[in-house]
Design a protein around this ligand. Structure first.
Ligand code: ADP
Ligand code: ADP
Length: 230
């Protein structure tokens, strides 16, 4: 990923807020990057732009050879569905759907045939250790289990990039560690991960920590413990 000079301004009637003020960020294939910084520094906005959920005013965002900011709406949504997975702080599971159906949803969006969907969902359910929860609804699960379902849903399409926004924010430390270990395993199979976090413990699982302030990158730190392997 090559992000250059990204700018994002929110305009409301009275005020303009520059959320991203010239962000430059390169992420290697297979890297696990944490984004940290004080509240309001632009972390969520950056993740939303990277996830093609929000459009910046200017700048460049290249993913391998594709300039993503030049895609039209249809191309952007297809690119997102095929290449990206999302994990949110509040899990964002659909309460009316079972665990199986929640995980199946991105495959339906990608028009994967039913038999193939069943195979892929069962495979990931096994990997995430939630087999006996397949027919349960989200409210019947603990927070840690819900987040495992959310991670499974993000992974079932085998995305190249996973974007995680405070993935352990609503979990106690033992469930939080489980989720971080899942993200690490996923990363070890080659998936690139960009994670926003307030937790330096969570960030210690990543290869590199980027610090934002006032909408731009102020510093970065390579995590030597994890990066030897890369
Ligand atoms: P964090 O990422 O630190 O959990 P939030 O993203 O919830 O924090 O919010 C950061 C700041 O952005 C807060 O000051 C919040 O009020 C503001 N904010 C977030 N979303 C919006 C929005 N949709 N409209 C206006 N302000 C927002
Ligand atoms: P962080 O995730 O680091 O807390 P955000 O990306 O949520 O920061 O916010 C960056 C800045 O943009 C903040 O000043 C916030 O208030 C502002 N902001 C975020 N979303 C909106 C929005 N939808 N409308 C207006 N201002 C926003």
């Amino acid at each position: 990923i090559k992000i250059e000079n990204l700018e994002k301004v929110y305009k409301t009637e009275e005020i303009e807020t520059t959320a991203l003020n010239g962000i430059n960020l390169h992420v290697k294939e297979g890297e696990f990057v944490s984004i940290m910084g004080p509240s309001g520094c632009g972390k969520s906005t950056l993740l939303n732009v990277m996830g093609l959920l929000d459009k910046p005013e200017s700048g460049s965002y290249k993913f391998i050879d594709t300039e993503l900011l030049k895609l039209n709406d249809k191309e952007r949504s297809n690119f997102r569905k095929r290449n990206m997975g999302f994990v949110f702080q509040n899990f964002n599971l659909i309460d009316e759907l079972t665990v199986f159906e929640n995980i199946e949803l991105p495959l339906i969006y990608n028009k994967v045939p039913a038999t193939e969907r069943k195979r892929l969902v069962n495979e990931i359910i096994e990997r995430m250790n939630i087999v006996n929860r397949s027919g349960h609804f989200p409210q019947q699960l603990s927070g840690g289990q819900q987040q495992r379902v959310a991670v499974a849903r993000a992974l079932v399409t085998k995305p190249k990039l996973v974007l995680a926004d405070e993935p352990t924010g609503n979990l106690d430390s033992s469930h939080g560690n489980e989720v971080m270990e899942l993200l690490c395993e996923l990363n070890e199979t080659g998936t690139t991960i960009v994670m926003v976090t307030h937790s330096s413990h969570d960030a210690s699982f990543s290869n590199r920590i980027i610090n934002l302030k006032d909408g731009h990158v102020i510093s970065e730190k390579i995590n030597k413990n994890r990066t030897e392997e890369l």
